[in-house]
Design a protein around this ligand. Sequence first.
Ligand SMILES: [Fe+2]
Ligand SMILES: [Fe+2]
Length: 321
Amino acid sequence: MSQHSPRPRSPGEGAWGCEHSLTAPEVGTIEAWCLDYISAEEVAAKCSPGEPPALFDGYYAPDLAVCSAMAPGRGVGLRVQERAERIPRPAALREASARAKLLHVFMHHEIQAAELSAWAILRFPDAPAEFRRGLLGILDDEARHAQMYLGRVRELGSQYGDFAVRDWFWEKARHCTTPLQYTALMGLGFEGANIDHAARFERQLRDVNDERSADLVGQVGREEVSHVRFASRWFAEWTGEAEGDGPDYDRWCEALPPPLTPAVFKGDPVQVERRARAGLSRSFLGRLMSEGKVRGTTQKSPRRAGIDGSGNDSDSELCRE
Ligand SMILES: [Fe+2]
Ligand SMILES: [Fe+2]
């Protein structure tokens, strides 16, 4: 089956970031579905997007300005903040409301990850169809994760929107100009760090005897491994690494959108075995683990260092995807 509808592509297409576009994708195409998903406001639509169409439009190519200005739909009454709230301390997690607040943060991260998968499909029309279809699969996973978190937040006595959210991933990812940069940021960056953070929060939730929430966070953390493996595979391929070598650490650093640095994208401890299963080499992980170390001590944490360049406290937005 063809990857595209029969609609002709315009002359000159073929490079990432091409500047020509139609004003809207053809109805019934994957691109139209992605636009609808991004703009949907109801949490039910974010968590259960349904089956996407089979075919790409193959012609719609929004330019950088359109993609950078794209904003996700947010329900009326949802408080979207520019500054992150602190996530609950481990001891506070004895309270159900604090655990709901924590899982609410995770749920919104999942929603953003799903939306940004749709965004990347639109932003990079000339990336390999296999890559774009892979993003559709990731979108489906992220929406399912959001649905699972939503269910648990409700069981804990809260609702989506009871807590403020921050669109941190959107703030960073919407400016990516190549699939390589997007993969460096979302897959190797946010999702890579998530492997570490998930293990930490799973442990914290088990410490307060919330086995159900701990199991959920653990399951999501394990499922993120395949997303990082997806990013590892494409990043390594696009940078010309030998098969089996995985991403090159220096190339990853170069591809991250400034001012983000690798030190932001790790938890304590780094989950070496899981990350290795995601396609990251021992040398890559060794260099990642050494980030932030100065003469045997730990440098300022990303939170205290204001890694987003604005001095904002971004810790709670970095903690999970
Ligand atoms: Fe996820
Ligand atoms: Fe993910």
